[in-house]
Design a protein around this ligand. Sequence first.
Ligand code: ZN
Length: 452
Amino acid sequence: MFSRFEKLSRRASELKRCFYCEALLPATSGEHIFNSSWGGSYKDKNLICCQCNSSFSNSTDKAFLIYVQAVMNSWIFKGERHDEVPKIVLENEYFLDPGAKLKLKQPLIEDEILPDGSIKSRLTFNSKSEAKRWIQGNGMANWLGRPASEEEKEQLKKIIIEAQLNITDAKPQPTSTQLNLREQYRSTAHTILKCLGFFLPEWVQGDLTKPIREFARYDKGDWRTFAIDTKELFPIAEQATRVLGLGVQQNSVEVYWSSYTKMVVGVLTILDRIKRSVVIAQDYCGSDSILYIVEGTHGSKKPPDSVFIEFDHKQFSLPLFNVQYFSSPTNIYQYFRDEFADLMGTRYPIDAITARLIQGIEKNNKKNLKIDQVSLEEYLNLFLTFFLDLGKITGNFVDRTTSRYKLLEYGFANLLHQHSGKLYTDPDVESIMTLVFKQTLKDFHSGGLSAG
Ligand SMILES: [Zn+2]
């Protein structure tokens, strides 16, 4: 089926001029291929000139920030230029600390006037130590409108020491933002063009890509003539992510050359969560191929990797079936609003609890525990917490006792009886735990964890 299947070599140095404005290269400073705020770290001086580089920094480079920060916050990692893992400030009283931990922006005081005229106050703090600081500092005095007496302070401290912790979990939170779709698509086009310049420089200099270059660099043309909704492309990025186990910590680009539609289409996937597709060229005639480019976000500064696949047209042609432009303005905004709501309301909190589960397992694994009643309980609780949280996020009730019973039934009980004394990193043990997870998740989806 394939007539070529190879890793392409880096050819950016063949570009003697900036592919936007024809200024001479190399530039004095390097350009990131994948934006640094998305975790990109590799830079090259042979792609575009410094002036063009800086023209993108004001708005285009920031177009995806809101999505990217959410992913980084939940998976607890940061981009090259971030000082720390991004925090997400919500519209209400809360912000999200790394790991999507819901925290109060400031101590929350809710006063309620009772029928007899007295006031009942409810104080909420992130932690007991924060509460103590609030009492000792200006917080309590501001609230009372006068300095607090020592007796009052002691009394409140006593209440706080005895208070039960009430942990608030990650859950859908109201958040709103201005989405600038035109800038998102310019950023997409810009990234895909740099990828092409890096591996197939002839493609960013030719006439066929002139319209998309003018759009990316000079904002010429209507973005809706470039933006497409590609639902049924060859799912290269998804396959690669799954097969290579890349997870969210990578950015990738796919380019599809299709003789059938006479189109060249590029797809950008940021952190395995945000996907945008653009028409790179029309009136294409030639063979059918796919280029897949991926770069990790672990700050290695290593150049992206590539795979190039060319198909034998007698046996196979890339169909690119559902290439659809976004037609009416209502459609467009509905589509992106839904996507955003899904990311923030569902995927993002689920990301956070998944990350917590994985990190919890890794932390436990480091202790080199052998399977026994006590250690098994630790792993069982991690799984149980995950399913209880999943219930809260999706609004489907999950019963603790039922879930615990199912987890035991699907393999945890077997681990204790048949694999006692083995390590949790033992391949047999790992595969049983994976199976337990999958089975229980299946039950969750079919409502099997809700019964009391
Ligand atoms: Zn330039």
